[in-house]
Write a protein that binds this ligand. Structure first.
Ligand code: G6P
Length: 610
């Protein structure tokens, strides 16, 4: 996501910081900024867009100093504007900090700080931290105590680096849930969210763990817990090459993004589950809540993977909210003059927020008087700006062209939406609580599903040379079959089709022979017995079956060629877990076939033309 670089030492900070930021560009960002301690003040420069844009507004000779922090922002709270770019300061401007992560209780803290007279000038959650430290420091504690005290009040995740006029020869750094590494040089130190930013200067690093802080001067550093317990950290030597670091050690961005999913699913739910009341909260819908709740019909429109997430949304919303839902490709929706009235809600789903057809569908829906809501990853993107309200999925930048983590987060966001609406209708608090409990367990279940990687690699080796694949699923797992097939064709160039399992006998069954692998999602749910019959139909025609099954289910072992066990959850949440092995299968087959996994031929990450 966002990137942090900080420097303290004998050299000029600016070139080190700006070059460090450039090393983080691959992570995706929308704005950037730098703060340097100069004589008796903090000099700050920020800019929207590329780092080269930031360089254009900076005259290095005027930004001299040997202590500084820098940041590339990927917006989560507040649009990508110069004002919202980091570093952020307190009221006096004596503290400047950069932050990665999400502060969950920022709205409460913001209110408290405003009541005490703090002037909050940005839409970010980050600015709150600077004011909170200022507030505690004004109350007479030491600066370090104020820093730790603020961290103790923050709920959520952070990796942060801070400079202040109060202690001009120090950098404060802290980590909880967002990585931070301290680079150790000769009379100089670096802080970065990613070793790629500092590897040009040192390979000696120490990694902060959650709940730890580092107080760094030119002479050395102290590491302790937020609760003030000193800890000795081991300095490690990084042996990785740069490219591997950028991909966090994974050979491809796609695999990195697949493996990020336990975290990205958790990030999507962060601060949005209220277990006691059995409800979910989506703050971005507040401006349109009235229209959302009174909607008599919902349309969902999107393209590609986002469309598949929409299909799952249809099943969820109809099951729990009992509102009729229609899902349509944005390219069709925009031209076919759909019947929409002002008591309809149109949900547009887009990772990039820039897909031309989806944007046009959104505009068409608005023209016809509907309330339009977005489920978007990229904050401040065109779709996010033009919808009446919406929710961000907080998956972080997705670099692999084939969408993976955005999909699971889109489905998670749709589940949050479903519970939010259903609780105003017939869903009881008790059922809400039961669902939220299951939602909380999802990251762990996704993690477990990732552990089937070795068997999936074996399956990939066995089937990599096949020319066709069929994917079958029923109920909530039918869109998962479509998405699994899409992943395979996108990156391995093998023809693959997804079908509702029972529909197979109306056509695709004619294709089945010993050369046709059939991937069946056969987790234990109400359609299980039916899908077992479908598997028998395939086997009777000598098809090869790869079944994704519920952990502990041995019933299919003798019937199918391979089983991939995954954890089960509530039916409507199951796609978030079921898709994981299918993403991995597509990935491994593509790698074995020597395909360019991250940038498949003919495809674009963001399709901004019709
Ligand atoms: C392109 C991408 C897909 C994506 C689709 C919709 O085709 O290659 O991965 O699912 O666009 O993109 P969006 O950004 O609107 O979700």
């Amino acid at each position: 996501m966002c990137g942090i670089v900080a420097y303290i030492g004998e050299r000029e900070a600016y070139p080190i910081l700006i070059n460090g930021l450039k090393r983080l560009e691959y992570r995706g960002y929308d704005s950037a900024g730098i703060a340097i301690l100069q004589d008796d003040s903090i000099r700050l420069e920020k800019q929207v867009g590329k780092i080269s844009e930031l360089e254009k507004v900076i005259q290095p000779e005027q930004l001299r100093g040997r202590v500084g922090i820098a940041h590339t922002r990927w917006a989560t709270h507040g649009e990508p504007t110069v004002n919202n770019a980091h570093p952020h300061r307190d009221c006096t401007g004596n503290i400047a900090l950069v932050h990665n992560g999400i502060i969950e209780n920022y709205a409460t803290l913001k209110m408290m700080l405003q009541e005490k007279g703090h002037q909050i000038t940005t839409d970010t959650d980050t600015e709150i931290i600077a004011h909170l430290i200022e507030e505690l420091y004004q109350n007479g504690t030491s600066f370090e105590e104020a820093f730790r005290g603020a961290l103790l009040e923050i709920e959520g995740t952070y990796g942060l680096a801070l400079i202040s006029k109060y202690e001009p020869d120090r950098i404060y750094a802290a980590r909880k849930g967002s990585p931070l590494v301290v680079g150790v040089g000769e009379n100089e130190f670096f802080v970065a969210s990613d070793a790629a930013a500092i590897i040009a200067h040192t390979r000696n690093v120490l990694y902060l763990e959650d709940g730890e802080i580092a107080i760094i001067s030119r002479e050395g550093f102290v590491t302790k817990t937020i609760e003030n317990e000193i800890i000795e950290k081991k300095i490690e030597r990084i042996a990785f090459d740069l490219e591997r670091i950028e991909k966090a050690g994974y050979p491809h961005f796609m695999l990195k993004e697949i493996y990020e999913q336990p975290r990205t699913v958790a990030d999507c739910m962060r601060g949005r589950l209220i277990e006691d009341e059995g409800v979910t909260r989506l703050g971005g819908l507040n401006p349109i809540l009235h229209n959302v709740l009174r909607a008599r019909k919902i349309f969902i429109t999107a393209c590609g993977t986002s469309y598949h997430a929409g299909l799952i949304g249809e099943y969820m919303i109809e099951e729990y909210c009992r509102i009729p839902v229609e899902v349509e490709y944005a390219s069709e929706f925009r031209y076919r003059d759909p019947i929409i009235s002002d008591d309809n809600l149109v949900v547009v789903i887009s990772q990039s927020g820039e897909t031309a057809d989806t944007l046009a569908a959104l505009r068409e829906a608005k023209r016809k008087g509907a309330t339009v809501m977005g489920i978007v990853n990229v904050v401040g993107s065109s779709i996010a700006r033009e919808t009446h309200g919406g929710t961000y999925i907080h998956a972080g930048p997705e670099i692999g062209v084939a969408s993976t983590k955005a999909f699971t987060s889109q489905v998670t966001a749709l589940a949050l939406f479903t519970v939010m609406v259903a609780r105003t209708k017939t869903m009881s608090a008790e059922e809400g609580r039961r669902i939220i409990k299951e939602m909380k367990a999802l990251p762990q279940k996704v993690e477990q599903a990732l552990q089937s990687d070795p068997i999936i690699q074996e399956i990939a080796r066995a089937f990599k040379d096949k020319r066709n694949f069929l994917y079958l699923g029923r109920g909530y797992n039918y869109p998962v079959a479509l998405e699994g097939a899409l992943k395979l064709k996108e990156i391995s160039y093998i023809h693959a089709e997804g079908y509702p399992a029972a529909e197979m006998k109306h056509g695709p069954i004619a294709l089945i022979d010993e050369d046709m692998p059939v991937v069946v999602i056969a987790t234990r749910d109400s359609t299980y017995d039916k899908i077992v019959s479908n598997i028998q139909e395939v086997k009777a025609r000598r098809g090869r079956v790869i079944a994704v099954v519920s952990e502990g289910d041995d019933q299919l072992n003798d019937l199918v060629d391979y089983t991939i066990p995954i954890p089960t959850t509530l039916n409507f949440l199951q796609p978030i877990v079921s898709i994981i092995p299918l993403q991995l299968l597509a990935y491994h087959i593509a790698v074995l076939r020597g395909c360019n996994v991250d940038q498949p031929r003919n495809l674009a990450k963001s399709v901004t033309v019709e």
